[in-house]
Design a binder for this molecule. Sequence first.
Ligand code: DOR
Length: 440
Amino acid sequence: MRLLIKNATCVLPSGLAAANILVDDGKILGVDPPVSARADEVIDAAGKHLIPGVIDDQVHFREPGLTHKEDLRTGSMACAKGGVTTFLEMPNTKPATITCDRLHEKLDLAASKSVVNFGFYVGATSDNIEDLQAAKRTPGIKIFIGSSTGDLLVDEQAALERIFAETTLPITAHCEDETTVRANAERLAGGKTLADHSRIRDHAAAEIATKRAIDLAVRHKHRFHVLHVSTAQETELLRDARPFVTAEACPHHLFFNVKDYGRLGSRIQMNPSIKTAEDGAALWQALLDGRIQVIATDHAPHTLDEKSKPYPQSPSGLPAVENSLALMLNEVNLGRCTLEQVVHWMCDAPARVWDIVGKGRIAEGYDADLVLIDLAKTATIRDEEQVTKSRWSPWDGVTLTGWPTHTWVGGRLVYAEGRFDEAVRGREAFFDHSRGGYWT
Ligand code: DOR
């Protein structure tokens, strides 16, 4: 099937350009062919922008084991609505993805259920080095250096040294120092209010763990991606991070701060915790000057019933994949960043960090994972309209201008203005780690 998307303003690697895009057999066949190019279907996208599909390199889709919160069908549909055409999912499912067999089971499950493209990390434990060494078909190894949802945790120095020394896949980690978190929790008698969550999982916890992980990466010359940077102090650690370290910021740390607990309560209870407005400003600055390369969501759904338990029984995590792109497009409209920067942070940079072949750009030969956006469309996020199985958003009631309207996965239209083609299936992303990552 040949598809021609004509008259859109496209975000190309060279910048914004009015161009027609010709798609054949799931790939981009031509950038700016004549408008008369032969096609089975023609979409006139005048007045809209076309961008590469978003690659969200940190989501928790809960399958297997916790599918009352989310599953690969609902999570991937939320992606399609949000303009996310590829997700990379974390290993803290039940059972956790800590062996090659479990990794392959997840890949098979996603091939049968996911409407967008997918990849899955392999989780580290203190004694699964053989699996970490043997794993293929994965973006990399995930270490919980601090514990979060689930029971994955590796915080003994000897085990961490071994993982960095004896494996070759890129490594990423949840960085909150377990010793600091436990000491803070004891001091605060476990915590009584949500504000205590940010005192328990405090600035020092994030900074100590991120420093420790960067030190491991640099000493072992091992590629390492810092997930969900949440403090100004961590952004300082990223100043001399080349060539081994890349980093990510999440919308909840960019848009919320501790003052929002009063208004939003456990809806913004996250690990790493929400920090101050000054930390949020430091994250923005680090994105703008290139110390942080990637924006991803850490989409971590729990039901509202679970979230309504009193702290600390309320679980940490919030859903975000269906609104992350719109949140950033709204910032483009506010003049805080450009559309090209958003495409860099959300499409091209994650493809480069994880060596994903054929994704992240609108260029000939690349996969036709494409998103049409309407920068003038204004809409309000509503819990009841969310596609995530958890059916809520921490941005409920927030009005944004700039929304994805159409999403193609491998040249097939999976989402168009509120409607899904649930028959579309995404594909396993292909990681070619010989590419050497973001800095090469
Ligand atoms: O708050 C969080 N929840 N942070 C994580 O890193 C994990 C996540 C989850 O899986 O619920």
